[in-house]
Design a protein around this ligand. Structure first.
Ligand SMILES: Cc1cc2nc3c(=O)[nH]c(=O)nc-3n(C[C@H](O)[C@H](O)[C@H](O)COP(=O)(O)OP(=O)(O)OC[C@H]3O[C@@H](n4cnc5c(N)ncnc54)[C@H](O)[C@@H]3O)c2cc1C
Length: 596
């Protein structure tokens, strides 16, 4: 059975040494008083909750799955999930980073983010129940009327009620413009909604007293396509005059999916049969409003994958220390044993270091984005808020796609460390691989994230946001370019920065002639930019580690070794990816459809 230890040391390194959050928080009025000890204490307590309450339910929840009762349309989560959720609510965790006006504790998203990494390492399926609620909270907070905020936010903040996002329909996933669910306005300002939604995560369960569905539907006068979609809040139980769950609203679960992973999370088919709802934000601009939730969810999915990468890595290391097979090529290392532990073999180390580098790079990157979100929300200077918002916009598709692709690789490598035992259910590694796979699909497939990055965030913007991020890299390269000890990091970082600039221009030129060029290049392009971002963070982490490598703390030695591995073994993937991206689209489009 797997085990999990919250990676508090590395989290503290990222927050305090790499990002220096205390200085950053000091500039944000709501967080100005937050000190290092409080940050560390929250991380410690959060880690304890995740490891002691949520983690023990991961394997059993996967084995048991959710239960659907067709007679009552009810869903029961696996044994222990409800009790763990009650403890989560009782301890006040849902309110950590929520607005104090609605009962929140008002702590930074950066902290919530770190907490979510630990929850996801412990149990991704369970964490999706509160995770989606936080997205619903953010959407209503940004776009709800005052009345909607007063009614729903305190319940979502306390965790008494949970939330969902209902976008997908049987005929429409990526292309939401095809959406058919109808909303018919009523005299009292509400709407009656009819239609069917599929694949709705946490769409029905027994964890909370009410479920707040955020549903995309069309009003009668809606223009076709994505410009005619509106967003509605549709509670499972209609709140009564006191705001308590009252009459049952006809929004029902009609089945749950049997699926590859995340068995403990109910993936629901949902029928709306004249369910009562209320418009959120402006009519026909629902996608805009929903984007708040979708962007939060995209970062959340990146965190899911970071969590899985970390836990898979930890277990693979423990196994590799314990399992003895063969002798080291340079002679026996454990002479008292019949064979050496497999951690002596170079290729086992390659697999472990791949997972480790993806975890450490991902942690630095996700924490950085969360900090940018805090700056976007609370920095007193409008120009800084705009700069942070631009960076978040640029980096969100990368956090979603790069981390989830990397987690799939990392979990698979971690499983491989176990050999055949990795493939056997009782060791728990195959669950991580199965759970990791969905993260590449939902919240916009990774192809769609890549198109968003290259098409919308880079080309439509004439590369402005990318250049602004590139300027940070250039500044770092210039600052440390003459430091010989940094050359092994600075030279490849400067090189990948230049290459990304040239590649973006080249694809942009080709796209003028043929828009398909964007579709042909987008996926390798995103991975190249993702590596540029990781190289930037690993170079910064290497600088700190170099300065402290003689401090007697082995943490810095390990950080340096991981950074070296990253630059030597993972970053070079970009050479192949750049060739793929530059190869043009003709090799994909040449074959006639009938020949497939
Ligand atoms: C377990 C699970 C949980 C989910 N949870 C939710 C949820 O809570 N709420 C919700 O609303 N939805 C949810 N989804 C739905 C999920 O977001 C969709 O599955 C996803 O958006 C893809 O849509 P689709 O499955 O219809 O695939 P399609 O859109 O049919 O895509 C099929 C393939 O074609 C590619 N493709 C499609 N269009 C393009 C294009 N324009 N250019 C290039 N490639 C393209 C896709 O990348 C994909 O590889 C969930 C799905 C699953 C499996």
């Amino acid at each position: 059975m797997p085990s999990y230890t919250p990676p508090l040391r590395d989290m503290q390194f990222v927050l305090h040494e790499l990002l220096q959050v205390d200085k950053e928080f000091a500039q944000l009025p709501p967080h100005a008083e937050l000190d290092t000890d409080t940050v560390n204490q929250v991380l410690e307590e959060g880690g304890k909750f995740a490891a002691e309450v949520v983690f023990p339910l991961n394997h059993s929840g996967d084995r048991e799955g959710c239960h659907f009762d067709a007679a009552t349309h009810s869903v029961t989560a696996p044994v222990g999930f409800k009790e763990a959720y009650r403890q989560y609510v009782d301890a006040g965790w849902p309110s950590l980073a929520c607005d104090p006006d609605f009962g929140g504790q008002g702590l930074p998203l950066t902290l919530n983010n770190a907490f979510y990494e630990m929850l996801n390492s412990s149990n991704q399926a369970w964490t999706m129940y509160p995770g989606l609620s936080h997205g619903a909270y953010e959407c209503l907070h940004a776009h709800g009327t005052q009345q909607q905020k007063d009614l729903y936010l305190p319940k979502l903040v306390s965790g008494e009620w949970t939330g969902t996002m209902c976008l997908t329909e049987p005929h429409c996933g990526t292309d939401l413009g095809l959406l058919k669910t109808k909303a018919t306005p009523q005299a009292d300002g509400s709407v009656l909604i009819s239609g069917s939604k599929i694949f709705i995560s946490a769409g029905e369960h027994d964890l909370s007293a009410n479920i707040v569905h955020l549903v995309l539907a069309r009003l009668p006068d809606a223009p076709p396509g994505t410009k005619g979609i509106s967003l509605f809040v549709v509670p499972k139980f209609l709140p009564d005059a006191q705001g308590a769950p009252g009459e049952r609203n006809p929004i029902f679960c009609s089945a749950i999916e049997h699926k590859m992973g995340i068995h403990g999370n109910a993936t629901c088919q949902i029928i709306l049969d004249n369910a009562t709802g209320w418009l959120v934000g402006e009519a026909h601009r629902g996608l805009n409003a929903m984007f708040v939730m979708m962007n939060a969810a995209r970062l959340g999915v990146g965190m899911q994958s970071l969590g899985l990468t970390e836990v898979a890595y930890q277990n693979a290391v423990a196994y590799a220390r314990d399992r003895v097979q063969g002798r080291s090529l340079t002679g026996p290392k454990a002479e008292d044993q019949p064979a050496d532990p497999i951690i002596v073999h170079p290729d086992v180390r390659r697999m472990l270091l791949t997972a480790r580098a993806f975890a450490e790079g991902g942690r630095a990157f996700c924490s950085y984005i969360a900090l940018q979100l805090d700056r976007e929300l609370h920095h007193p200077d409008e120009a800084v808020r705009k700069q942070s918002a631009d960076e978040v916009a640029l980096l969100t598709p990368i956090v979603k796609a790069f981390l989830t692709d990397n987690a799939w690789i990392a979990c698979s490598e971690a499983l491989q460390v176990y050999g055949g035992h990795g493939y056997i259910a009782e060791w728990g590694m195959e669950q991580y691989v199965r759970d990791a796979r969905i993260n590449m699909i939902y919240e916009g497939t990774n192809t769609i994230q890549s198109l968003d990055l290259l098409g919308r965030k880079v080309l439509m913007d004439n590369g402005a946001k990318l250049r602004a991020f590139g300027d940070k890299i250039k500044a770092f390269v210039e600052a440390h370019g003459t430091d010989e000890k940094m050359a092994e990091f600075i030279t490849p970082l400067g090189d990948i920065g230049d290459k990304v600039g040239k590649l973006s221009m080249e694809i942009g030129m080709k796209a003028f002639m043929n828009r398909d060029e964007v579709g042909g290049a987008a996926v390798p392009y995103l991975r190249v930019v993702g590596h540029m971002v990781y190289a930037y963070f690993f170079a910064q982490m290497a600088k700190i580690a170099l300065d402290k490598q003689n401090s007697g703390d082995d943490f810095y030695k390990a950080k340096l070794a991981t950074a070296r591995f990253y630059f030597a073994r993972l970053l070079p993937e970009t050479a192949m990816l750049i060739r793929q991206a530059r190869s043009g689209v003709s090799n994909l489009m040449e074959m006639e459809e009938s020949l497939f």
